[in-house]
Design a protein around this ligand. Structure first.
Ligand SMILES: Cc1ncc(COP(=O)(O)O)c(C=O)c1O
Length: 421
C-alpha cells in the first residue's frame, strides 16, 4: 500500500496550487466550504454544455438528465449507506431541514416535546424550534459539558420521555470539532422514547464515513460543498418514516418517495458535480492501493475514509501538540493531543488580547485562509459565555492539507505582535 500521497491529491485540486508569485495558499477554511477536484467542475461543465434539459422530454438530453438524477441517487446511497429511494436532494442542508421540519411537525400535538442541542449549528435548531412554536410543542436543549465541549448524554437521557417526538443533534461540531457518538445517542433515544432522530452530518461528512444503518438514525443531512463537491444539500430519510409522513408539495408534482420531498426543479449540474465528488472520494482508495478502483464504490468509500481518518488524526494531534506550547492560545473544546481522535481537525480558538476578526485578517494577509465568527453555533457560545459578535478564529484541516501545514500555520502565528513578546 502506498503512503498517503498528499502532493498527488493536491495536484487534483487546482485551487490549492501556488499563485503567480509562487506562493501556495494555506487553505484552512474547509469547514466553511472545501475546494474541489478538477473532475467536479468538469462534470458540471459537461452537463451544461452537453445535456442541459429538463426531465420528461422525448429526446436524448432530457433522458441524459434523468440518468444523471438516477446516478446521483445511487452515489448518494453509497455515500450514506442507504437505498437510492431514501436520498432527497435540495439546495442546501438548511432548506432541506426547514422543509423536513414542516412535514414532521404536522404529526405533533400540543404537549409533545422535542430536543435540540447546544452543540449544533443553528440550521438543525431553528427549523425545529420554529415548527415547535407553531405546533405548541415544548423544546428542550441538551447541554454540553463545558470542560471539553462534548455533548452531555446524561442530560439528554434526563430529557427523554414518552412525549418526546424528535431529537435533532449534530454528528460533529463545526466550531469545536467535537465528534458525537451517534449510535450511542440513537440507542439512548430508542430506549427512552419513540422519537425520530435527525442528524446534522454537514461537518462530519468530509472527515469520516457515514453509515445510516450503523447510526440507526431516521434522518441525516449533509452538504456536498463541504466534501469537495458543488453547492447541493442531501437528506436521508428512512424509507418507512418517509412513507408515513406528508411533505408540503405542489399538487401535480410526483407523489412518490423520494421525489415528493424535492420541491421544484433540481440543479442537475450540481447533481453531476456531486457524482464526480463521490467518485473522487472513492478513487482515493484505489490510489492508495495502487490500482484503478472500478469495483464496489461503497467498499472503496469505506477504505478511503480510513485513510482520510488516519491522515487527519495525525494532523489533529500535531496541532494540539503545537498549541500546547503557544501561550495565550485558547482552543474551544478538546485540547489534549491524546484525545485527538475524539474531534475533527477543526480548531476554533482565541488568542489572548487579539480580536478574532483582526487575527483572521492578519493571517489572510499572510496567505493563511481561516474562518472567523460564530459559525451559527449559538448554543455553544451561550453556554461558554463567549460573545457571538467576536466569535473565534477557525483553522480547519482536510485530507488535502499536509501535516507540515500545521507547522506553517504555527510559524506564521508566531510572528504575530501579540506573541512576539
Ligand atoms: C454543521 C453545519 N450544519 C449545517 C450547516 C448549514 O449548511 P448549508 O449551508 O448547506 O445550509 C453548516 C454550514 O456551515 C454547518 O457547518
Amino acid at each position: 500500500m502506498n503512503a498517503f500521497d498528499v502532493d498527488a491529491i493536491r495536484a487534483r485540486f487546482p485551487a490549492l496550487a501556488a499563485d503567480a508569485a509562487g506562493i501556495e495558499p494555506l487553505v484552512l477554511d474547509g469547514p466553511g466550504g472545501t475546494q474541489v477536484p478538477r473532475q467536479v467542475p468538469e462534470a458540471i461543465s459537461a452537463y451544461l454544455l452537453g445535456s442541459n434539459a429538463n426531465l420528461g422530454g422525448q429526446y436524448t438530453a432530457s433522458r441524459d438528465t434523468g440518468a444523471i438524477v438516477d446516478a446521483a441517487r445511487h452515489a448518494g446511497a453509497d455515500f450514506y449507506g442507504a437505498r437510492p429511494g431514501e436520498i432527497i436532494f435540495g439546495p442546501n442542508a438548511t432548506t432541506l431541514l426547514f422543509n423536513l421540519s414542516r412535514a414532521v411537525a404536522r404529526e405533533w400535538k400540543p404537549g409533545d416535546e422535542i430536543i435540540v442541542t447546544a452543540l449544533d449549528h443553528w440550521a438543525n435548531v431553528s427549523p425545529w424550534r420554529l415548527a415547535a412554536q407553531d405546533a405548541g410543542v415544548t423544546v428542550h436543549e441538551v447541554r454540553i459539558d463545558e470542560r471539553d465541549c462534548s455533548l452531555d448524554l446524561d442530560h439528554l437521557a434526563s430529557l427523554l420521555n414518552e412525549r418526546t417526538r424528535l431529537v435533532a443533534f449534530t454528528a460533529a461540531s463545526n466550531t469545536t470539532g467535537t465528534r458525537v457518538d451517534i449510535p450511542a445517542v440513537t440507542r439512548l433515544v430508542r430506549e427512552h422514547s419513540e422519537a425520530l432522530t435527525c442528524v446534522d452530518a454537514v461537518h462530519h461528512a468530509p472527515h469520516a464515513r457515514i453509515d445510516v444503518k450503523a447510526f440507526d438514525c431516521d434522518f441525516l443531512v449533509s452538504s456536498a460543498y463541504k466534501y469537495f463537491g458543488p453547492h447541493l444539500g442531501m437528506l436521508f430519510g428512512r424509507a418507512e418514516v418517509l412513507a408515513a409522513l406528508t411533505p408540503y408539495k405542489v399538487a401535480p408534482a410526483k407523489d412518490i418517495d423520494p421525489n415528493r420531498w424535492e420541491t421544484g426543479t433540481q440543479s442537475f449540474e450540481a447533481l453531476s458535480g456531486f457524482v464526480a465528488a463521490v467518485n473522487y472520494l472513492a478513487s482515493l482508495a484505489g490510489d492508495m492501493e495502487g490500482r484503478q478502483d472500478g469495483g464496489d464504490r461503497s467498499a472503496a468509500l469505506d477504505r478511503a475514509f480510513e485513510f482520510i481518518g488516519q491522515h487527519e488524526d495525525a494532523i489533529g494531534r500535531r496541532f494540539l501538540e503545537r498549541a500546547r506550547s503557544l501561550p495565550g492560545m485558547r482552543i474551544a473544546g478538546i485540547n489534549d493531543p491524546d484525545r485527538a481522535l475524539e474531534r475533527t481537525a477543526t480548531f476554533g480558538f482565541q488568542l489572548d488580547g487579539v480580536a478574532p476578526g483582526d487575527l483572521a485578517e492578519w493571517l489572510g494577509q499572510r496567505h493563511a485562509r481561516v474562518g472567523q465568527g460564530n459559525f451559527y453555533a449559538r448554543g455553544l457560545y451561550r453556554q461558554l459565555g463567549l460573545t457571538e459578535t467576536d466569535g473565534v478564529v477557525r483553522a480547519g484541516f482536510m485530507h488535502y492539507n499536509r501535516l507540515e501545514d500545521v507547522d506553517r500555520f504555527f510559524g506564521i502565528l508566531a510572528g504575530h505582535p501579540a506573541l512576539e513578546g
